[in-house]
Design a protein. Structure first.
Length: 85
């Protein structure tokens, strides 16, 4: 039985100004939301040095989260978290 290796991706304090909340004032004004995210991904089977195409790009990940946050209003933080996942 072989052990599965994981890569850990950690995003800390990604702060975004976005439209979130259920109250009218929250729907009118943006709020700062701080996102902390930890991902455990199955590692590439290639041993040794990895090529850039073998790993998740932090910039693409954070750009996707930024785009999602700007895309619309979220009533609940849980709704945002589900969309990110």
């Amino acid at each position: 039985m072989t052990a599965t290796n994981y890569d850990k991706i950690i995003i800390e304090e990604l702060t975004l100004s976005m439209s979130i909340g259920i109250y009218e004032a929250e729907k009118i004004n943006t709020q700062n939301v701080c996102i902390n995210l930890t991902l455990d991904l199955t590692s590439s089977p290639v041993e040794g040095k990895k090529a850039i195409n073998d790993v998740l790009c932090y910039k693409e990940l954070t750009d996707s989260i930024r785009k999602l946050a700007k895309s619309r209003h979220f009533d609940l933080v849980e709704e945002l978290a589900e969309e990110i996942s």
